[in-house]
Design a protein around this ligand. Structure first.
Ligand code: UFG
Length: 339
């Protein structure tokens, strides 16, 4: 039987790539989106890639009335919850906004699911829930100690989900802790489209390569790493999207609470990523060394073994593919999605 998945934040960066994979895997989708950080054009692009125009409802996850438009009109089997705010700096300036959208939004959504008897839930969590434990390779037993409001909001929702499962173990819940998602669909039709000046490294590099920005600021070259710059576990968004399909399959097999890190297990420094992008694009990436950014840890990555054990999932793509696909997206869409 074809299953119907509600995807909140379905036109966002990770959401859109996951929707394409869901369609390819034979799922029916209903996208729920407020377009606060994405464009309606994404729906057209998903259709261009897959030949399927997904069903779509515009709304706010904090609105029961908006959510009812989905649950009253479709028989939903599972929910993948991407909708949320995700900028660390902004979360420090606007804590209430982050707790409202990320925490309150999740509570309203979970309550609505409960009312309609839907109990399969995949949650976009983040490696930020770990903070800085004093070592670099994180596994799922690394203590949870977020150091910013964004991470705190993800941790709070995780706790709410653990309590929900404890009270009613007929729920089936996956907490997926993402490392650093980068890359784009190989068609170049969908990709990351940040608002304004990118906060994150890969979209910034891509905009320097395409000539939109003059140079990259490298935040610190005196870290205790291979070349002094920060190291992260970058994961191709195509691999990440596939991880969600695997999580849904696992949840479907039996009620459970799954917690897994999604990353490659490798790490790449800022300067290594710059070099890889220069190779992929054939462009020179100008950069300047700047002071460290507050709150940055020198290096961290995942131990990817639990994801392999529980989901039968591991990443397929390396840094070169991540750069090549980001470059294709950036070249085809130098100003992101058209309005
Ligand atoms: N960096 C630069 N220059 C930039 C941007 C980033 O040198 O212009 C460096 C950072 O200092 C860091 C690395 O590039 O060493 C990666 O930085 P990102 O901002 O791309 O990623 P983060 O690891 O800081 O952030 C990621 C996710 C967030 C999440 C956070 C938790 O993008 O959503 O991990 O640590 F909250």
């Amino acid at each position: 039987m074809q299953k119907t998945v509600l995807v909140t934040g379905g036109t966002g960066y990770i959401g859109s790539h996951t929707v394409v994979k869901l369609i390819e895997a034979g799922y029916k989708n209903v996208l729920f989106e407020d377009f606060s950080n994405s464009k309606p054009k994404v729906l057209e692009r998903i259709e261009q890639i897959t030949g399927v125009r997904p069903a779509f409802v515009q709304g706010d996850v904090r609105s029961l009335e908006d959510l009812k438009k989905v649950f009253d009109n479709w028989k939903i089997d599972s929910v993948i919850h991407f909708a949320g705010k995700k900028a660390v700096g902004e979360s420090e300036r606007e804590p209430l906004l982050y707790f409202s959208v990320n925490v309150e939004g999740s509570i309203v959504l979970l309550n609505t699911m409960k009312d309609y008897g839907v109990k399969e839930f995949v949650f976009s969590s983040s490696a930020t829930v770990y903070g800085d434990p004093g070592y670099d390779e994180f596994d799922e037993s690394t203590p949870l100690a977020p150091i910013n409001n964004y991470g705190l909001s993800k941790w709070m929702v995780e706790e709410i989900l653990r309590a929900t499962y404890k009270a009613d173990p007929t729920w089936s819940i996956a907490l997926l802790r993402y490392f650093n998602p980068v890359g784009a669909h190989p068609s170049g039709l969908i990709g990351e489209d940040p608002n304004g000046i990118p906060n994150n490294l890969m979209p910034f590099i891509a905009q320097v390569a395409v000539g939109k920005r003059e140079k990259l600021m490298v935040f610190g070259n005196d870290y205790p790493t291979r070349d002094g710059t920060g190291c992260r576990d970058y994961i191709h968004v195509q691999d990440l999207a596939e991880g969600h399909i695997k999580a849904l399959e696992a949840l479907n097999s039996k009620p459970q609470l799954l917690t897994v890190n999604l990353g490659t297990g490798n790490n790449t420094s800022v300067l290594e990523l710059v070099k890889a992008f220069e190779k992929a694009s054939g462009r020179k990436i100008n950069y300047e060394i700047a002071p460290r950014r507050a709150g940055d840890k020198a290096a961290y990555w995942t131990n990817p073994s639990l994801a392999l054990k529980l989901l039968g999932w591991k990443t397929k793509f390396g840094i070169d593919e991540m750069c090549a696909d980001t470059w294709k997206w950036q070249q085809l869409n130098p100003n992101g999605y058209p309005d």
